[in-house]
Every structure is written in C-alpha cells, then in structure tokens.
Ligand binder design. Structure first.
Ligand SMILES: Nc1ncnc2c1ncn2[C@@H]1O[C@H](COP(=O)(O)OP(=O)(O)OP(=O)(O)O)[C@@H](O)[C@H]1O
Length: 251
C-alpha cells in the first residue's frame, strides 16, 4: 500500500467572518494525481492557499508526510494560477525559478552553485533548460505554465499543488503537461490540481474530489458514476448538458 502524503482532517476556513470551507477531509497518496473539482467560489483556491500556510485555518489539521504547519508547507510546491503572476516583472526564467528556493535561501543570500544546479535541473524536468536566460515577458502561456511548475519543483517537493494548470492552454500544450504529470507521479511525486475541465480530469486523474465548501464526494472516476453528487456540487439538474456529458465520459 502506498504512503499517505497529504492528510486534511476536518478543516474549516473563514475569510472576512464568512465560512468558506467546513469539515473538509481529503487524502492524497504517494504518486497519485488528485483532481479538485468544483464551481466558481467553491473554495478550491482557498483550500490550496490554506495548505501553503497563506491563510490560517479556523479548525482542523493539514499534514504532509506527518508534518504540520510551516514544515508541511515546506514539503509542498505551489503553482498559482498564471494570471496571479506579474509577468511584466523584469526577471529572466532562471531568476523566476530561483524564487522557489527563497524559503531555503532567505531573501538576502546570494545563490550558490548548488542552487543554480537545482534551478537548471527543474528547468530540464519541464523541458525548458534553454530558456534560462529569456525574460519572462517573452514566454507564451504554455511556457509560463511550465516555468511556474519548474519553480515549484526546484525544492523537490513531495506534493505539487497546482491551481488550474490547464486553463487557457492549447491541446498540444495540455498534452505536454499531461505527459509531465505522468512522469512526476511515476517518479513518486503526488499532485493535487484544481480544474474546470471535468472531462479532462476524469480521463487523467487517479482520483477526483468534488468540492463545494466541503468535499461532497471523492473517489476514482469509475466510483463517481452517480450523477447526484455532481448535481449537488455544480447546482445543476439531471437534464443539464454537464450531467449528460459526464454520463458519456463515465460510462
Ligand atoms: N480575501 C477574501 N475575503 C473574503 N472572501 C474571500 C476572499 N477570497 C476569496 N473569498 C471568497 O471565498 C469563496 C471561495 O473562493 P475561492 O477563490 O477559494 O473559490 P474557487 O473555488 O477557487 O473559485 P474559482 O473556480 O472561481 O477560482 C468565494 O465566495 C470568494 O468570494
């Protein structure tokens, strides 16, 4: 049996005195690709940001390989949504990937050879080694996604957490990312990603969790053939195109 890498127990999160997440329970095993699905405002990003220690939990616990708090966050590589990054900032690709080592390095220390080696290794993993000197403004959407992944991989995290990595990418780039995710999970890294592309998630993820303030259902795609939790999560009727489309993918 594989090790549990991520364990979230009874997590509740409030923002501006409003409960956003309540009683969230979720697990991710070693080498697993777990998809987190839910409508706009379901709390997906809030959950990821809480895992990174960027938002405090009101109750419950998040542990990564048995560690909690900052020690858990240190074991996670976080890939935010591409739109949340200042792409006009004057920095090259190598410099952006180096930011992934800031927690280890501190803001003021100059990176040494071993740090640059880690940066180039991470760029090689996303097949972008030759882009190291390129200003980040010049990158395409797909290239930006890959260097954000390299920045998160530079610490060799046990768990990679990605917020909507496939949004806005063309088919060949989606394919490239899917292959990269396969390489990472085969190598033992666990992946948790949010996505709005339900069909794609059902085809590529080992397990999916349906979130709407709490986890409505979770399991392998073949365990989630009942339309009820999908209807509850996305607030749609049995006749909606979403449910009909899911029926075609899941049967
Ligand atoms: N800083 C904040 N203060 C108060 N409420 C917030 C804050 N950030 C997010 N929220 C609210 O928390 C809820 C969950 O937002 P979140 O961004 O986590 O959802 P999401 O599932 O990631 O949505 P999307 O798919 O649109 O990205 C929303 O109702 C949002 O308005």
């Amino acid at each position: 049996m594989k090790d549990t890498v991520l364990e979230i127990q009874d997590l509740s999160v409030n923002l501006s005195n409003r409960q956003i997440l309540k009683g969230v329970n979720l697990q991710c095993q070693q080498g697993e690709l777990l998809g987190l699905l839910g409508p706009n405002g379901a709390g997906k990003t809030t959950l990821l940001r809480t895992m990174m220690g960027l938002i405090p939990a009101a109750a419950g616990q998040i542990s990564v390989l048995g560690k909690t708090g900052n020690k858990a966050a240190d074991l996670i590589g976080y890939v935010p949504q591409r739109q949340d990054v200042a792409w006009d900032f004057p920095i090259n690709v190598g410099g952006l990937v180096m930011q992934g080592l800031t927690r280890q390095l501190g803001w003021l220390r100059t990176p040494g050879t071993k740090h640059w080696k880690a940066v180039y290794r991470a760029l090689e993993r996303v097949k972008m080694r030759e882009f190291a000197e390129r200003p980040i403004q010049e990158l395409s959407g797909g290239q930006r996604q890959r260097i954000l992944i390299a920045r998160a991989l530079v610490t060799d995290p046990a768990l990679l957490v990605l917020d909507e990595p496939f949004t806005g990418l063309d088919m060949p780039t989606q394919e490239l990312l899917t292959v990269l995710f396969g390489e990472l999970t085969n190598g033992g890294t666990s992946l948790l990603m949010t996505t709005h592309d339900l069909n794609h998630a059902l085809v590529t993820c080992d397990r999916v969790a349906l979130l709407r303030g709490t986890v409505i259902a979770e399991g392998t795609p073949s365990q989630l053939t009942d339309p009820q939790p999908w209807m509850e999560t996305f607030e749609v009727s049995a006749q909606s195109p979403l449910i009909k489309q899911l029926g075609m993918v899941l049967c």
